[in-house]
Structure formats: structure tokens, C-alpha cells
Design a protein. Structure first.
Length: 85
């Protein structure tokens, strides 16, 4: 068996600020996924419009040449628009 087949697939999420005038601090930038959910909260330094990015990934597939930088199959991005008054 290969190493990938010998262990269960891992998955995770990573939160970051994509756009916005101020800074954003997350309670947990890489929250643990439990029962299919990962939860965090964000604090914004100033009012304005922000776009938050969440990268969700799992390594259930094999690594391809294009992803040789460290990601295995499969991943996606989500973008959430937030208006802070």
C-alpha cells in the first residue's frame, strides 16, 4: 500500500482576509472540522467592506504535478462579503 492509502484522508480549512481596508483577526484561522463543520469568528479593525477567503481542502486523491507545491487533490476557495458598520 502507498502511504496515502495507509492513512485516512485529512481535510481542513484556512481563513484569511482577501480584501478590505482594515485588518481582520480570526479566533482560529484553521479551525478543526468536527461533524462536517468548522467554526470561527472574525474581528475587524475598522468599518468598511471586506471579502474573506476560506480555502477548504482534503488530500483524498493523489498529488498531481500542478499541485506539487504541497496540496493534494482536492481544494476549493470560498469568498464571503462582509459589511462592517
Amino acid at each position: 500500500k502507498s502511504q496515502a492509502a495507509a492513512r485516512p484522508a485529512r481535510s481542513g480549512v484556512v481563513w484569511s482576509k482577501y480584501r478590505g481596508s482594515g485588518s481582520v483577526e480570526f479566533d482560529d484561522q484553521t479551525p478543526r472540522i468536527e461533524e462536517g463543520k468548522a467554526t470561527t469568528s472574525a474581528t475587524f479593525s475598522e468599518p468598511g467592506n471586506y471579502v474573506l477567503r476560506v480555502l477548504a481542502w482534503d488530500d483524498s486523491g493523489g498529488q498531481s504535478a500542478i499541485m506539487a507545491g504541497g496540496f493534494f487533490c482536492c481544494w476549493t476557495n470560498g469568498f464571503i462579503t462582509v459589511q462592517v458598520d
